[in-house]
Design a protein around this ligand. Structure first.
Ligand code: AHR
Length: 482
């Protein structure tokens, strides 16, 4: 029996924990989000209508762009002005393909506008200048007269856009410049100075944080630059084993079911330890830990460009998503935003596209089931020692939201919750479940995994009993008595 004191006041689970990431990588932007105005694929101003609609349905709160590693070789002026005249560059990180720059700043904000979400721009520290970063911010956010706002107007946009989040460099310890923490901390202090406030709305500035368990990086950057930042990032991908030996996304062995899940669960330890360091320099917890890259990183699908990071997505990835979101909720006080990598056709994607066709992945369905937790009050979460179970309980007014993931490979599991309030009614109860370890959706079978009604539960006064099948994720919404 799990006792839930559902009246306690937990922190709010920021909706930004449900953020996404779209990089100029493989078929994420081109084909995935953007097809251009002249495409035969239904689009609005170049943005795929099916993809935009699907992302809106899960209430995407924020989108990070243009990278990733690509951000530190992106020169924003290449991506403005008449589309056909834009400079073509080589995307050196991702497959060495030609980047047309057809999707640039104006197109990004068109997408943000259609999605109705906030913008998270990642600036270039690795190969860009302070002036370039300063001018980009001015171009995007300056309302009055200035050289960059005039340029924006010449390019057809009168009003400034709102930049809610701004990242100063990406993976500066690696693809973003191979820097050491003291050096980056000083560069961060310098570059962020020129991320000026042209608009009324404050720009939330994010410093490049550590790779996985690089605690020295966190210590040094926090020690030297904490007063100058609003957030600091952390990147951790779930792997099946060694970085160089990524297991396949489909037809995998049972051992890889468990190793991927274990790697996802490591997120809890990482957040706990990085938070302890952050607490030393920021005891008030003003600074957010921003996990702006997370998710499964598996072998690319056979026959696809290795630099495009295209992988299938199974019920195992749904487990990774549910477990990780439950961990984020448990750290809601510190985790102010997270961005799963990446939105379409790359790594642990929400959506896969092929020509005009689109499929929703099992991970998409977890984000759908879990949207009830966006901006809800945290009540309880994580495993509490229950074997192969992970859950979150949150509350909005009189509504209690309960999500559970049973990542056992076989066997239903019973879980009893003792609530503080009487249950007045069940508002909804839905789940996804995999028959096999690698159950998934593809273009021939786009609906092998879909959300369906869940009925194997019982409410008895203050006790909720749920029998959850193996390889399943569910959400039940209860209405509580006053
Ligand atoms: O998401 C793919 C890549 O992973 C990103 O470009 C980079 O930041 C990270 O190493």
């Amino acid at each position: 029996m799990i006792n839930i004191v559902d009246q306690k006041t937990g922190p709010m689970i920021s909706r930004y924990i449900y953020g996404h990431f779209a990089e100029h990588l493989g078929r994420c932007i081109y084909d995935g989000l953007y097809v251009g105005k002249d495409s035969s694929i239904p689009n609005k101003n170049g943005m795929r209508t099916d993809v935009v609609e699907a992302l809106k349905a899960i209430q995407i709160p924020v989108l990070r762009w243009p990278g990733g590693c690509f951000a530190d070789e992106y020169h924003w002026k290449d991506g403005i002005g008449a589309i056909e005249e834009r400079k073509k560059i080589v995307n050196t990180h991702w497959g060495g393909v030609t980047e047309t720059n057809h999707f640039g700043t104006h197109e990004f904000f068109e997408l943000i506008d259609q999605l109705g979400c906030d913008a998270y721009i990642n600036g270039n520290v690795g190969s860009g200048t302070v002036q370039e970063m300063q001018e980009w911010v001015e171009y995007m956010t300056m309302a009055g007269e200035s050289p960059m706002s005039s340029l924006r107007r010449e390019n057809g946009r009168e009003e400034p856009w709102a930049v809610k989040f701004f990242g100063v460099g990406n993976e500066s310890w690696g693809c973003g410049g191979n820097m050491r923490p003291h050096y980056y901390a000083d560069l961060y202090r310098q570059y962020q100075t020129y991320v000026r406030q042209y608009d009324k709305e404050k720009i939330y500035k994010i410093a490049c944080g550590p790779n996985v368990d690089d605690y020295e990086w966190m210590e040094e950057v926090m020690k030297s630059a904490a007063p100058f930042m609003d957030g600091i990032s952390l990147h951790h991908y779930a792997l099946t084993g060694a970085w160089e030996e990524k297991g396949p996304a489909l037809n995998f062995v049972e051992e890889h079911w468990w190793s991927l899940i274990e790697s996802a669960e490591k997120m809890n330890e990482l957040i706990t330890k990085h938070t302890t360091i952050m607490d030393k320099y920021d005891p008030e917890k003003r600074i957010g830990l921003i996990i702006d890259e997370w998710g499964s990183w598996l072998a690319v699908e056979p026959g696809t460009n290795p630099g495009f990071l295209y992988q299938q997505n199974t019920i195992r990835d749904a487990m990774v998503a549910a477990i990780t979101l439950n961990i984020f909720h448990a750290h809601a006080e510190r985790v102010q935003m997270a961005n799963i990598a990446q939105t379409v056709n790359v790594l642990q994607a929400m959506l896969l596209t092929e020509g005009a066709a689109m499929v929703k992945t099992p991970t998409y369905h977890v984000f759908d089931l879990y949207q009830v937790h966006q901006d809800a009050q945290y009540v309880d979460s994580y495993g509490q020692g229950s074997k192969n179970l992970s859950y979150t309980i949150s509350k909005k007014g009189n509504q209690l939201n309960l999500s559970i993931c049973n990542y056992a490979l076989e066997g239903n599991q019973r879980i009893d919750f003792q609530l503080e309030s009487l249950v007045k009614g069940v508002q909804s109860s839905r789940y996804i479940c995999g028959e096999k370890m690698d159950s998934h959706n593809d273009f021939e079978h786009p609906e092998d995994i879909v959300i369906i009604p869940f009925s194997d539960y019982k409410v008895d006064g203050r006790v909720l009993t749920v029998m959850i099948p193996a390889k399943a994720v569910l959400t039940i919404q209860l209405e509580l008595a006053d």
